[in-house]
Design a binder for this molecule. Structure first.
Ligand code: HEM
Length: 170
């Protein structure tokens, strides 16, 4: 028995196959767009874009400046006895990259933040207000060492400050 498909039906089959292929490839394109890996229901956007802060992004030296800032920041955190217990066991390169991505995205630099939301990122650690303040102090030391203008530092800190609600969990 032969399964010859009439030519009129064959072109319909090609059309359907083509449509399915196109749908599959646009799905693949959508899936390849980096998304935060873990989202806690109800958690705030971990990287809200402030397009008006792109001048501040430039003051930080763009993405290369943020990467250099995170090297300095992690060095300071690991040398600080208050912060070392939190950071000594984490993957430093990953956390530095995710921090640079997050700050770059927030400051309108066009980066895509690929890390977890702030609840998920910090849930495994017990963090109180003193811990939060100590981390901000170390960030300020890092920014000063990098020569970031004070006004630019404060613009960034103003956007980070509300995140204490999701970072502090005790
Ligand atoms: C506004 C304040 C803060 C921001 C914007 C922030 C941001 C981030 C980001 C983007 C990550 C990587 C996310 C991920 O792992 O997927 C992270 C991880 C981490 N943060 Fe924070 N953070 C803040 C405050 C703090 C404080 C106060 C502490 C502790 C004193 C802390 C300790 C950690 C640790 C230990 C990790 C690594 C988590 C792990 O892999 O287990 N963070 N943070």
């Amino acid at each position: 028995m032969h399964h010859t498909i009439p030519s009129s039906l064959r072109s319909v089959a090609v059309l359907i196959a083509g449509t399915v292929f196109m749908a599959a490839s646009s799905l693949a394109a959508a899936q390849s767009t980096p998304q935060p890996v873990e989202r806690t229901p109800g958690a705030a956007d971990p990287a809200p874009v402030h397009a008006e802060l792109v001048g501040v992004f430039e003051d930080f030296g763009g993405r290369p400046g943020l990467d250099a800032l995170m090297d300095e920041f992690m060095t300071i955190l690991l040398a600080d006895p208050r912060m070392r217990p939190f950071f000594e066991k984490v993957e430093h390169d990953r956390v530095k990259r995710q921090l640079a991505e997050q700050f770059c995205a927030i400051l309108g630099g066009g980066c895509v933040y690929t890390g977890r939301d702030m609840v998920a990122a910090h849930g495994a650690h017990r963090i109180d207000r003193a811990d939060f303040n100590a981390l901000v102090e170390d960030l300020q030391i890092a920014m000063n060492r990098r020569g970031i203008p004070f006004r630019a530092q404060n613009k960034l800190l103003a956007v980070l400050a509300p995140m204490h609600r999701e970072v502090i969990n005790r």
